[in-house]
Design a protein. Sequence first.
Length: 281
Amino acid sequence: MPVSPRPRGRVSLVGAGPGDPALLTRRAASRLRAADLVLFDALVDERLLTLAARAQRFFVGKRAGRHALTQDEINNIMIRAAQRGRRVVRLKGGDPFVFGRGGEEAQALQAAGVPFEVVPGVSSVLAGPALAGIPVTQRGVAGAVLVTTGHDESAFAAQVGQLSPGGVTLVVAMGHARRAALAGVLRAAGWPTDTPAAVVASASSPRQYVWRGTIERLEQGEGGLDGDSPALLVVGQVAALDLTSAPINRVARRRDDRRGIRPRSTEPDALRSPVVRRGER
Ligand code: SAH
């Protein structure tokens, strides 16, 4: 009797990285190429979707504060599609298990008995500071990192209240709009108001923007942005560091411009970043 083929349906919870398509992992690219269905969020660079040429692609994220679909609806679509043998990619900004509700989706898939995997991504909470020249740990300066969100001020207050100020780096996602209030919470918790702080927005994109200041200046509302770019707050002594090598990049670029050289890229078109500079890969 012929053995029926194993159903190939499955869900891959895939991290898309912080924005620049060059920071996608190889496994993520291969899952996108093989996908029948891609469900993607707002922070995903749409150039990545061109990799999923044969897939149906649906936006399921938040638009203007409203969810296009509820979490249950997203879970049900994934489960039903996988049960019908389809390869589903659930594409999320950064890493799927860092503030992306990837954990809840994995629980729903597990409960439904649907085969699934997690494809980790480069999370903005680490890549953002790094691209801004801020090492989140640095010997003798910061020996620990707290990654948290700023959308609930009292939860934030409870978390930072347990830390002794100094020696810890805070990385706050989803907190930019409430930065003044969050800075007030830190002051009340005993953080010196001259503690360095930074805002890192649209990290890895051509619009990347970095502001550096202090807790006090954040509390005064500085560090604002035009529009609604995704942004992180970084607080702690490391936020004063600026370990970038901009002069070298600038010189290299000027030289290229004079010679009319376009930076070469070995990446496929779909993955080519608009800001590939010489020597960057
Ligand atoms: N899973 C994502 C985080 C999702 S929460 C990750 O691992 O990166 C969304 C928050 O992430 C945004 O509010 C913002 O604080 C942060 N964020 C995402 N992409 C960013 C980027 N390119 N630059 C700065 N912050 C970013």
